[in-house]
Design a binder for this molecule. Sequence first.
Ligand SMILES: *[C@@H]1O[C@H](CO)[C@@H](O)[C@H](O)[C@H]1NC(C)=O
Ligand SMILES: *[C@@H]1O[C@H](CO)[C@@H](O)[C@H](O)[C@H]1NC(C)=O
Length: 420
Amino acid sequence: MGIAGARSQVHQFFALLALTTVLLLFLFGRRAHSSSPSSAIETLRRRPPFAAAGGLCAQLLLPLGYPCSEHTVETKDGFLLSVQRIPHGKNALEEKPGPPVFLQHGLFQGGDTWFINPVEESLGYILADNGFDVWIGNVRGTHWSHGHTTLSVHDKEFWNWSWEELAQYDLMAMISYIYSITHTKIFYVGHSQGTIMGLAAFTRPDIVKMIDSAALLCPISYLDHVSATFVLRAVGLHLDQMLMTMGIHQLNFRSEMGIQILDSLCDDGHVDCGNMLSSITGDNCCFNASRVDYYLKYEPHPSSTKNLNHLFQMIRKGTFAKYDYGWFGNLKRYGNLHPPSFNLKDIPESLPLWMGYGGSDALADAIDIQRTIKELGSEPELLYLDNYGHIDFIMSVRAKDDVYGDLIRFFRSRGWPTSY
Ligand SMILES: *[C@@H]1O[C@H](CO)[C@@H](O)[C@H](O)[C@H]1NC(C)=O
Ligand SMILES: *[C@@H]1O[C@H](CO)[C@@H](O)[C@H](O)[C@H]1NC(C)=O
């Protein structure tokens, strides 16, 4: 196994070197002979400047008459995260906040995700109008959480993390902060990467003790049945390792560099970049494409190349484990050749879970979700929607009727949470 392993590592290294050269040529040499770019990339090129002034409250909620306050939370490793609180709805009869619910967005998204559809369609507004005290998470690296006590976004150390740190540090800091104010166990809502963070964090007694119950939209712990053509292409081309080799630590698809990376992946005809969203997430039944230009005011948000690498490791290996630093790095860090796995059985059976998933989701595949459910100690409540894709669960024009009604019923069935 040793020699075969070493040989395959040498082989991989040269493959990587060749691919990196190809990508470099693409990025810096293609303008001269560029074919007509896909419409999706043209749309991305038309993106308006990111609207950050005054923060998320000032941008989206206050103009609509919702109460909203901005909070800054410091993580153990020095990141300064912005968290928003919408203590009640617009027409609340009393100002006393309801039970706290925390919303954790997915990859390349930010807290704005829960508010960029109209008021009657977006989960953030709907929860506030249903009497919940709504708290919004924004992980490190998103446009809303670009601060650090000593680092700047131009430092490569600023981007030296994956979802593991988002679970261990960001979630810990945000949930502890909310608990310190509300003294009440928190309802958790996560979408996609927000569910990886949740499931990893719930294996830790110090975090899960602050959570009353959790609703997971497109839950992910295993990723080996991903079928999204664009993603599989990027995995096959080792895009993650290429970018790391090239010293690109920040992954920002609003930047010209980010758009060129997409462009180079689209250029070879293997994926349908005319419908980029479907190629990345699966067919979304109820996504309103005429809102794309508006969404691009806020999204996509940056993430780290290391995070992409960690996610691609999960796709390649079918594991739900800590970051793989390679044999030598793993030995040094974990005392083992392989990184330790997260054990879903460590999530307490007493934590009620609700899961919403779709038959058209090319990222959170039903087979992977069945495996997750099998490994959990408890039986989650399930909502399956055959025609829903990955983005529908947050942006479908019908999500209120299809999804959020049942999610709210689940939380209400818990009663008013107490302290631990
Ligand atoms: C990134 O983090 C790893 C693990 O914590 C550490 O070994 C490495 O030196 C860090 N790299 C940079 C560039 O900060
Ligand atoms: C889609 O979005 C456009 C632009 O915001 C809006 O005019 C239209 O009513 C929306 N359609 C649906 C079905 O929600």
